[in-house]
Write a protein that binds this ligand. Sequence first.
Ligand code: NAD
Ligand code: MG
Length: 383
Amino acid sequence: MKKITVLGVTGSIGMQTVDVVKNHPDKFKIVAMSAGYNIEKVEEILKIIDVKYICVVNEEDADYLQAKYPNKYIYHGTDGLVKIAVLNEVDIVLNAIVGFAGLVPTIEAIKAKKDIALANKETLVVAGHIITKLVKEYDVALLPVDSEHSAIFQSLNGENKKQIKKIILTASGGSFRNKTREELIGVSVEEALNHPNWSMGAKITIDSATLFNKGLEVIEAKWLFDVSYDQIEVLIHPESIIHSMVEFVDTSIIGQLGNPDMRLPIQYALTYPQRDILFGGESLDLAKVATLTFKKPDFKRFKALALAYQAGRDGGSKPCVLNGANEQANELFRRGKIEFLQIEELVEKALNSHRFIKDPTLQQLIEIDAWARNFVLKEIGEN
Ligand code: NAD
Ligand code: MG
């Protein structure tokens, strides 16, 4: 029996993790979970599965839950996240928190020798240099949940990583993949939230539309698979059937295909190196799909991608600035405070105004993240 802590259980990935676990009661048990502010959903989950440790953001919410569930252990805040990430009885921490908030609990979980199933890509983007070192030092597994990275991970089974020629990271292109740059002026939040292939949380759906998501994934791939940025190629593939590929030195390409269903990479991270039946999973009908199409991304049209490659190549504190500024700008767009194209503009300005640090510590990353968010708010007169 694998015992799991799920961070961010009330989100899109979190709920799909509950679904996977519920379908394999003989193999997995969620012993601890964290949520943000959605206490109703926490109580819904408790009707499906019995979870002993719970962490929420607010103290009042924690008090409410503790009074109602006196036999459970209820925590709150970052300290609480760390408590449930390092529990003795837990084998693996599935991190499905969105954003920078996922970083500290991941670090502490690794130090407590927990394997990590990582959906929270922002953690690797800002602190890949710290995380990869810790993973080696504490000898834990770092298993990707992001569908592209799971595809690459699966394509590398049994292969010699030194023989990778390049990684081909596929991208659906997001909600605006058919729009020209001019047509992106004035697009609405509702339009941006309408992703053609995947149903996901709000932040990542907007990131898919700007292509910051793919940019973050380029940096994520660099750290997960220890390749150079020249070895990572992004390919627009609107059907989202090939979830990514690896080309080897002999020109052979291996990829992973399937219907767009996040439960598969979630389950694979939990069953690895084994596989298991995906309940409710449908076989891919290639005859029905009939056509798979590909095209090169336009780095002028998708400026976010160019910014992410540059930040990744510069390294050091730059990816942290890119991520923090993007998280803030993404949120401002969702609140109707800025235009869609201002997201990349603000991120670029933050990158250009930042004082570079070569090898930032965790404490410095926390400060840089706060600086980047504050910079964006100041730029639009919100702070
Ligand atoms: P979501 O918004 O649906 O859920 C986020 C979860 O994190 C919620 O449980 C929320 O309560 C919690 N949370 C948010 N802010 C928090 C904070 N400050 N402190 C503690 N908890 C907090 O997001 P999602 O779409 O499930 O994405 C989660 C992560 O997985 C992101 O990093 C995303 O990039 C990645 N991811 C998601 C998908 C997908 O299909 N949704 C696919 C690949 C990768
Ligand atoms: Mg992805």
